[in-house]
Design a protein around this ligand. Structure first.
Ligand SMILES: *Cc1c(COP(=O)(O)O)cnc(C)c1O
Length: 244
């Protein structure tokens, strides 16, 4: 017991340091890209992180967290301190699990099909609410990766925008993990171009507010390329140790 709580205390201290570093790097990249630090949202990716450590992060000012598995989200849900913090779903989502998160999450960042958007809209309507979503783009055209292919993006946006109880709030992407820095920058730039082009089209019910891209290894570069929401896990909480 003693050892476990010592370890958690150490992780809390590390988180304080890490959060400072991440915020500094974010601010620097924001300024370099001609924006103010306040325009960029930090979302802490909290998969495998114990709720006590997450809540410590929230007490330090983290105001967006994201989980990527429905089951884990639901198990931790009663214990998150969400009074000043938004909870997002950022991972792949099966339609049969949507019912478990509607009303619990402020945003679903991983919408990549009409069927998923329809399910979110229908179940949100049943609860008399609307759910904010981002459309996830498979920018690296990877097989077996979630996200809509770029050429199908506009059609999915139009169909989703026509649904009564979802609100499109922007785009999300995860470039290929094995891409070089230069390649990743290319993917980020392409995403920024889609974001700007779609915004300029002023489609009905499509609000291009968030461009969610960048993780621990590249959040600063994502910001330089135009991201305004970064999803950072291990750079805040330390390397993940999977126990199951
Ligand atoms: C885990 C995860 C992240 C954060 O990954 P790190 O490399 O630990 O920063 C970001 N986005 C999604 C969708 C994730 O599942």
């Amino acid at each position: 017991m003693e050892k476990l709580s010592d370890e958690l205390e150490q992780r809390k201290k590390d988180l304080e340091e890490n959060l400072k570093t991440v915020r500094e790097k974010m601010a620097e990249a924001a300024v370099k890209s001609g924006r103010s630090p306040g325009e960029i949202t930090l979302l802490a990716a909290t998969k495998t992180v114990p709720v006590e450590l997450i809540n410590h992060g929230i007490s330090l000012g983290i105001d967006h967290i994201g989980e990527n598995r429905v089951q884990e989200l639901c198990e931790k849900y009663p214990e998150y301190d969400l009074s000043r913090c938004e909870l997002h779903m950022i991972g792949r989502l099966q339609t049969n699990k949507v019912k478990n998160i509607i009303g619990r999450v402020s945003m679903i960042q991983s919408v990549d099909s009409v069927k998923l958007a329809e399910t979110i809209s229908r179940l949100s309507a049943q609860k008399e609410l609307s759910t904010d979503v981002l459309i996830e783009v498979n920018i690296g055209r990877e097989a077996n990766k979630s996200g809509v292919l770029p050429e199908a993006l506009e059609e999915l946006l139009l169909q989703t925008a026509a649904m009564p109880s979802v609100r499109v709030r922007g785009l999300m992407a995860i470039p290929p993990a094995q891409a070089s820095e230069t390649e990743t920058m290319g993917y980020f730039s392409k995403m920024y171009k889609y974001f700007v082009d779609i915004k300029a089209k002023k489609l009905d019910n499509v609000n291009m507010i968030y461009l969610s891209m960048g993780m621990s290894s590249d959040y600063d570069r994502a910001i330089l390329a135009g991201a305004n929401l970064v999803r950072v896990g291990s750079a805040l909480f330390g390397a993940r140790t999977y126990t199951k």
